[in-house]
Design a protein around this ligand. Structure first.
Ligand code: SF4
Length: 708
């Protein structure tokens, strides 16, 4: 008889915020065949190169399979879970008793499942009493979060991916979508083919995305808010201005318009301030004015900036002024970097948030305290990522639990982060892999965490769509889910009853119930329709966009078409951007270094680095240099150059690139000490942050360049 085919399992890609559905069919040998899930609304069967290569990355060669505990000789040695968990619980108690709960911190990741994130936040903010819980989403999305909260009163993305296919104009700001959100870009290209959608790309670099644009605006670094202020001034006197929407659903328009007119009164002044050709700016303004169905997408070029929050609000202002909000083919659209940056925020993954998008007002603290019956509720915001590691460096934070992220590579001024990690009294690292730069910083305990293919829980993508990550491989060795390790530590600290979950479905139900607790439509995040979900329904959960309050389990594709913002008066807020205070090059550091992603690698390559196919796209860490900047320095394509900033240096392969703006450099973020002895760029990046979001400016570090 023919052999029965192994069943395939529907899950979600673990890389970018597009959140593509994947079907994985285990091969019975520890591997799996991976293909796109045609039924998943995010990708409708498509996968990019990274998603298509997932099957090549599920081996165990580099995996951490057992707990490791540092002995008195300073060496990590294999230990039982009991030994490791006792060590963590004892260490947390010792630090809390000696220094108070504010000496304990957690650093989480947009790679974690929502259930893991929920458990960490509950333990820290409700039971240990520390709000020093931040995440690598701070490096990714927090300026959009802060901008949305100022404009909408909530951390909400108003639209859906379908709007990209229904738009006649897509404006991409600070986003190399073709490389960083490839499946979405393919959906945009399909729309262009079907309905002639125009693309405007606003980016100092001529990226692969810009090369496809109908209009590319290579604006000066940091000038985005100026450009959109000029657009607001233009729209206000154009037929596109929607006086009814502005009157009925917004406040602050007059002040914002006066401010915009002072900053950038017309296309000519805007072009001058942004370093653009007047005719290009005029064409952009005309396209935006004439095209009702306009979606403006923004990503890290907007977020990773000292003015990231202001840039977001300058964009939102133009959509408020035209009433192009939450309607088919219209709206602002933040493209999330990571697979679960949004899910993490839903459960309070940022130091300035509590669970279910609540903040630290006395009412919200009290509400969460009552829901959790929490004995030690944090009452104030904690340190955001950059400040958190600075506090570790100053010795104020003594105990840190890092989960699923590699801050010794990815944070700015990463050498300082390395040094800070080595000085902790208790450093716990939950990881998939044995070796990476953070694991090299002397953790006291390493916990083997479940990896993609083994994880069981939920994630939320850029369009607010909650999807399941389902396991299709058995947990190898002594590997366990992160939520389980957190619950075990909670139990050792005497909080077992509040963490007595049998599995991720219990956590999801609790999370859903909290989102609806005393929430009669006053908060955006509400998935209380799932508070009583059965285990079977959780297992079979089909992707849905929140809010999904009780009685609306089908979710909500769009918000704000008829106002209903989450401010006290239910009106949106126009917010005026401050004058740009962007980094400037100097005689000592004549270049601005921009860092970002390449097409076929993800973060610090611990997974994508396992695929030879992905590795063959770009072999080595590089720096892109304009030919006119390279020539006087005697730099040739393929040669080596030393890039230095006030904080560090890297040796990178030179790529001569005419698409690079003069005076700027671009280098990818992926290489680490574990993958290249000289290609880490994290140490160079300045730890300068946006004043509202705390997001580091990773796009403009003053730097020098010299042949190596
Ligand atoms: Fe994965 Fe993003 Fe590629 Fe989709 S577009 S397959 S989510 S990396």
């Amino acid at each position: 008889a023919p052999l029965a085919s192994p069943p395939s399992v529907k899950t979600t890609c673990p890389y970018c915020g597009v959140g593509c559905g994947v079907k994985a069919t285990p091969d019975g040998l520890g591997g799996a065949l991976v293909e796109g899930d045609a039924a998943h609304p995010a990708n409708l069967g498509r996968l990019c190169s990274k998603g298509a290569a997932l099957g090549e990355t599920v081996g165990l060669d580099t995996r951490l399979l057992h707990p490791l505990v540092r002995g008195t000789d300073g060496a990590l040695a294999r230990a039982s879970w009991d030994t490791a968990l006792d060590r963590i619980a004892d260490g947390l108690k010792t630090v809390r008793d000696a220094h108070g709960p504010g000496a304990i911190a957690f650093y989480l990741s947009g790679q974690l499942l929502t259930e893991d994130y929920y458990a960490a936040n509950k333990l820290a903010k409700g039971f240990l009493g520390t709000a020093h819980v931040d995440t690598n989403s701070r490096l990714c999305m927090s300026s959009s979060v802060a901008g949305h909260k100022r404009g909408f009163g909530s951390d909400t993305v108003p639209g859906s991916y379908e709007d990209l296919e229904a738009a006649d104009l897509i404006v991409l700001v600070g986003s190399n979508t073709a490389w960083c959100h490839p499946v979405l870009f393919r959906r945009m290209e399909a729309a262009r083919k079907a309905r002639g959608t125009k693309f405007v790309v606003i980016d100092p670099r001529r990226t692969e995305t810009a090369a496809e644009a109908d209009l590319h605006l290579p604006l000066a670094h940091g000038a985005d808010a100026l450009l959109f202020s000029g657009l607001l001034a233009h729209l206000a006197q154009s037929p596109a201005f929607d006086a009814d929407y502005v009157r009925d659903h917004t406040t602050g328009f007059d002040a914002a318009l006066a401010h915009a007119r002072a900053m950038a009164p017309d296309a000519e002044a805007t072009a001058r301030a942004c370093g653009l050709a007047v005719e290009d700016v005029a064409r952009f303004f005309a396209l935006f004015t004439d095209t009702a169905r306009t979606v403006t997408c923004y990503s890290q070029g907007v977020n990773q900036s000292v003015a990231g929050t202001d840039k977001v609000n300058a964009i939102l202002n133009c959509h408020f002024a035209t009433g192009r909000m939450g309607r088919e083919g219209m709206g602002p659209f933040s493209l999330t970097g990571q697979p679960n940056a949004m899910g993490g925020r839903e459960v309070g993954g940022l130091a300035n948030q509590l669970a279910a998008h609540m903040g630290f007002s006395p009412e919200e603290v009290d509400r969460v305290r009552r829901f959790w019956d929490a004995p030690h509720m944090a009452t104030r915001e904690g340190h955001k990522a950059v400040d958190l590691f600075a506090a570790i460096g100053r010795g104020e934070i003594k105990a840190l639990w890092v989960m699923g992220t590699n801050p010794a590579v990815s944070l700015p001024e990463a050498d300082g982060v390395r040094a800070a990690l080595k000085g902790l009294d208790l450093f716990v690292l939950s990881e998939n892999v044995v070796h990476n730069d953070t694991a090299a910083c002397h953790p006291h305990v390493m916990l083997p965490a479940a990896a993609w293919g083994e994880k069981d829980g939920t994630v939320t993508n850029s369009e607010r769509r909650i999807s399941r990550q389902r396991p299709f491989l058995a947990l190898p060795g002594a590997v366990k889910p992160n939520w389980w390790a957190l619950a075990q530590v909670a139990s050792r600290l005497g909080f077992g009853a509040a963490f007595a979950w049998r599995g991720p479905a219990d956590i999801f139900r609790e999370h859903a119930a909290l989102s609806g607790f005393e929430n009669a439509g006053s908060r955006d995040f509400d998935i209380s329709a799932f508070a009583d979900l059965s285990d079977t329904a959780y297992q079979d959960f089909t992707p849905v966009q929140w809010p999904a309050p009780r009685g609306r389990p089908q979710g909500t594709p769009r918000l704000f078409a008829d106002g209903g913002y989450f401010t006290a008066d239910r009106r949106a807020r126009f917010v005026s951007p401050a004058p740009v205070a962007a980094a400037r090059a100097s005689e000592a550091y004549p270049f601005l270094l921009n860092t970002g992603r390449i097409r076929d690698q993800w973060h610090t390559m611990t997974r994508t680095g396992l695929s030879p196919r992905l590795g063959s796209h770009i072999l080595a860490p590089f720096v892109a240099v304009h030919p006119d900047d390279a020539a006087p320095l005697g730099l040739a394509d393929g040669g080596l150059a030393r890039v230095s900033s006030a904080h560090g240096a890297a040796v990178l392969e030179v790529k001569i690139d005419a698409g690079q703006k003069r005076g700027t450099l671009f280098a990818p973020i992926h290489w680490s000490g574990a993958t290249s002895s000289h290609g880490r760029v994290g140490p160079l990046v300045h730890a300068v942050t946006d004043p509202f979001s705390g997001q580091p400016d990773s796009k403009a570090t003053p730097a020098t360049l010299a042949p190596f």
